[in-house]
Design a protein around this ligand. Structure first.
Ligand code: PRP
Length: 221
């Protein structure tokens, strides 16, 4: 009897990224009908024929599942990869979910940044903020961790600036804030468990190549 192929398990960050990823997987023939049912509370889905499993997790937990091998592959934002700093391989920029990690604040805070003053920085991303201010700018700052609606920081005088994701810029604009400095570009990335990459090289490599073919080439990058 032939040995059954083992399952390849995907961990997807809940929300927009997962929807986009499923679209891409569908285009390369990996479908999962039951996952499309929006009313379902099910967390894990199986495609028996392709020997693939998917589960949905909170974005910041995706690199954790992949590092420990509970998932072979994960799809998650670059922001989460940088913040979580897990031992995983980042193998592909999927080209969607493009946005930027930025230092933002009221226009008057620009000077505080230029003069390297000891300022307060509110953020959901303390690791990224620390790396940027301490290691790149060599500016000592006080970092205040928040869990969302970070734009409130400068408005209610909790902080001088924020480090946050900017996509369209409308959240900033509506709150009288602006981009003061850009830290790095972000987008959805595919990550792979380090052992899985060795054990299932061919299957994973084929998958990466097929996904790559679907990603539009961007001009001028
Ligand atoms: C993100 C981010 C900004 C906003 C940026 O927040 O933290 O607040 O989107 O998008 P924009 O530039 O297109 O306005 P999210 O919606 O994830 O919620 P959060 O405030 O809970 O982090």
């Amino acid at each position: 009897m032939m040995m059954e192929e083992r399952y390849i398990t995907f961990a997807l960050g809940k929300g927009r990224l997962a929807d986009k990823t499923l679209e891409l997987l569908e285009q390369i023939g990996i479908t999962c009908r039951e996952m499309k049912d929006k009313n379902s509370r099910k967390l894990i889905f199986v495609n028996e024929e392709k020997r693939v499993k998917f589960f949905l997790a909170k974005g910041p937990d995706v690199p954790t599942y992949v590092e420990y091998g509970a998932a072979d592959i994960g799809v998650v934002g670059k922001d989460t990869i940088l913040e979580e700093n897990r031992r995983v391989y980042e193998v592909l920029d999927l080209g969607f979910g493009r946005c930027r990690m930025c230092v933002c604040g009221p226009a008057r805070a620009k000077e505080l940044l230029q003069h390297h003053e000891r300022i307060r920085v509110a953020t959901k991303y303390p690791v990224i903020a620390k790396e940027y201010f301490y290691n790149k700018k060599h500016q000592t700052v006080d970092i205040i961790k928040l869990n969302g609606s970070v734009e409130l920081g400068p408005i209610v005088a909790l902080s001088d600036v924020i480090v946050d994701i900017v996509e369209t810029g409308s959240t900033l604009k509506e709150n009288g804030l602006e981009v003061l400095e850009e830290i790095c570009p972000l987008s959805a990335r595919m990550i792979v468990n380090q052992v899985s990459m060795q054990m299932e090289t061919e299957r994973i490599r084929t998958l990466i190549l097929k996904m790559k073919e679907l990603i539009p080439i961007r001009e001028g990058v």
